[in-house]
Write a protein that binds this ligand. Structure first.
Ligand SMILES: Cc1cc2nc3c(=O)[nH]c(=O)nc-3n(C[C@H](O)[C@H](O)[C@H](O)COP(=O)(O)OP(=O)(O)OC[C@H]3O[C@@H](n4cnc5c(N)ncnc54)[C@H](O)[C@@H]3O)c2cc1C
Length: 408
C-alpha cells in the first residue's frame, strides 16, 4: 500500500481532504497524492466565513490553512477548480469536469456537505444569501455593508452568527425559526433561552415557533408570509437551514450510502476496500460510543481527515474522538463538547454575567457540556465526558468545588 508507485486521489479540498493528505504523508505514504477540489482556491477555514469575514474587509485572505509552497514541499498536487463528475471502481479512475481522467490506487472521498435549500428562496437570487463558501461570505458582507432590513430563515449556528453580524451594523434583523427554540440540534434549552435573550438585547426580533408560508417580492423588498399570518419584509434574506452530506459521487460508485452519509468503518474504509471517506460526508464508526455517527463540526473534520489518511498507511486503532463545536455571537463564545441533549442539566457559574457552563447528564453520568465564555472549565469537563464519569450534581453546580472533585 505505501510503495512509491501508489497513487492516492482525494476528492474534496476542504478541511478533511487537507488533513487527510498530510496524514498520509506523516504516516509515510511515498506515492503521489492528488488533492482535487471544486473550489478555485486552496483549502481554507470555513468558521471565519460567518464570523470575522462578515465583519472585516481582508479577513478572507487570512483563512487559508497553508501556502501553496507547503503543498508542493509535501508533494501534494493541488488540482483546484475541478469537480470530479464520475468514477469507476473497476478501472480505478476518476473523470474530472475538465475532461481529464485520473487513475488511483486508493481513493478518499472528502466531499463534505452541500446546502439544504428553501425552494421559494433559491440560492443565487438577488437579495437571497446562503453561507457555505468564501464567495457566499463576501457577497453577504457586501450586502450587509450596503444595508437594509434583514430576515434570517433558520435559527441554527450559521443563521445566528449572520444575525449577530447584521445587528452589529445596527440593521433591523428578524430571525425566523419554525421550532419552538433556536439551535435545536446544537445546544440544550438552557443555553438556547439565554442566547435568545442575548439576541433580543441586541435588538434582534426572534420569531420561534413560526415557519415560512410563502415568499413574494416587490422591487427590492422580499415579503415573507409566516405561518401565523404575520409578514416580515426584508431586502436581505439569509437562509441557514442546514446541510446534507454530499454523497452523489459515492452513490455513482455504488458504495454503501445512508441518509447520514457514506458508511465507513473505524478507519474510514467504505464498502469498497480501495475507497475511503473522511470528514463531514462520512457516517463513521466511533469506538468511543460503539456506533456510527455523523458529525458536522470543525474538530471532527480535522481529526477524522487525519485519522483516515494515517489509517490508509498504518492500520492503528479505530476512530474514537469526542468532538464538539464552538460559535461566536456578539461577545459570546459558546463551546460545546459531547452530547447537548440529555436527561437533565446542571448549571455552574453566573448566567446573568455571561460566564457559565451547563453540564448535560444522563442519570449521574456526564455526557456533555456547553460553556459560555469559560474555555478552561470546558477542557476539564472533556476528560470526564470522555470517561463517562459519574458525577455528584450538587457539587458540580458549586463553583467553589473543583470540577474534578465532583466525581462520585
Ligand atoms: C459558514 C460556516 C461556519 C462554520 N462555523 C463553524 C464553527 O464555528 N465551529 C465548528 O465546529 N464548525 C463550523 N463549521 C463547520 C465546519 O467548517 C465543517 O464541519 C467543515 O468545514 C467540514 O469539513 P469537510 O472537509 O468535511 O467538508 P467541506 O468543508 O464541505 O469540504 C468539502 C469540499 O469538497 C468539495 N467537493 C465536493 N464534491 C466534490 C467533487 N465531486 N469534486 C471536487 N470537489 C468536491 C467542496 O467544494 C468542498 O470544498 C462552519 C461551517 C460553515 C460553512
Amino acid at each position: 500500500m505505501i510503495g512509491a508507485s501508489q497513487r492516492a486521489a482525494i476528492v474534496g479540498a476542504g478541511l478533511a481532504g487537507d488533513r487527510c493528505a498530510f496524514g498520509l504523508r506523516q504516516a509515510g505514504f511515498e506515492g503521489t497524492i492528488a488533492l482535487i477540489g471544486a473550489e478555485a482556491v486552496r483549502p481554507y477555514d470555513r468558521p471565519p466565513l460567518s464570523k470575522s469575514v462578515l465583519k472585516t474587509i481582508g479577513a478572507e485572505d487570512e483563512i487559508f490553512y497553508r501556502s501553496e509552497s507547503d503543498y508542493a514541499a509535501a508533494g501534494i498536487d493541488l488540482m483546484l477548480g475541478r469537480t470530479v463528475v464520475d468514477a469507476s471502481l473497476r478501472e480505478q479512475s476518476l473523470t474530472i469536469s475538465t475532461g481529464e481522467n485520473l487513475a488511483y490506487d486508493v481513493l478518499v472521498l472528502a466531499t463534505g456537505s452541500r446546502l439544504r435549500e428553501v425552494d421559494s428562496l433559491p440560492r443565487g437570487t438577488e437579495g437571497v444569501f446562503y453561507l457555505r463558501d468564501r464567495a457566499d461570505a463576501l457577497a453577504l458582507r457586501t450586502a450587509l455593508d450596503a444595508g437594509g432590513r434583514v430576515a434570517v430563515v433558520g435559527g441554527g449556528v450559521i443563521g445566528l452568527e449572520a444575525a449577530a453580524a447584521a445587528a452589529a451594523r445596527s440593521l433591523p434583523v428578524t430571525v425566523i425559526e419554525p421550532a419552538s427554540r433556536i439551535m435545536g440540534r446544537a445546544c440544550g434549552p438552557i443555553v438556547a433561552a439565554w442566547l435568545t435573550e442575548r439576541h433580543q438585547n441586541a435588538g434582534v426580533m426572534m420569531r420561534c415557533g413560526v415557519g415560512l408560508a410563502s415568499v413574494s417580492r416587490k422591487e427590492a423588498a422580499y415579503r415573507l408570509a409566516l405561518t401565523d399570518g404575520s409578514i416580515v419584509e426584508a431586502e436581505i434574506v439569509i437562509v441557514g437551514v442546514g446541510v446534507v452530506p454530499e454523497t452523489s459521487l459515492a452513490e455513482k460508485l455504488g458504495l454503501l450510502v445512508v441518509p447520514e452519509g457514506i458508511v465507513v468503518d473505524g478507519h474510514g474504509r467504505t464498502s469498497d476496500s480501495s475507497v475511503f471517506a473522511a470528514g463531514e460526508v462520512a457516517f463513521h464508526y466511533n469506538s468511543r460510543i460503539d456506533k456510527h455517527e455523523r458529525q458536522e463540526n470543525w474538530f471532527h473534520a480535522a481529526a477524522h481527515g487525519e485519522h483516515v489518511g494515517r489509517s490508509i498507511v498504518e492500520r492503528g486503532a479505530n476512530y474514537s474522538e469526542l468532538c464538539g463545536f464552538w460559535t461566536d455571537q456578539y461577545d459570546v463564545s459558546l463551546q460545546s463538547t459531547g452530547r447537548a441533549l440529555a436527561e437533565h442539566d446542571v448549571v455552574r457559574g453566573n448566567m446573568p454575567d455571561g460566564r457559565f457552563v451547563v453540564f448535560h447528564l444522563d442519570g449521574d453520568v456526564i455526557v456533555g457540556a456547553s460553556g459560555v465564555n469559560v474555555a478552561s472549565e470546558l477542557r476539564q469537563a472533556k476528560a470526564l465526558i470522555r470517561n463517562g464519569t459519574r458525577i455528584d450534581a450538587a457539587k458540580l453546580a458549586d463553583p467553589l468545588v473543583k470540577i474534578g472533585a465532583a466525581t462520585l
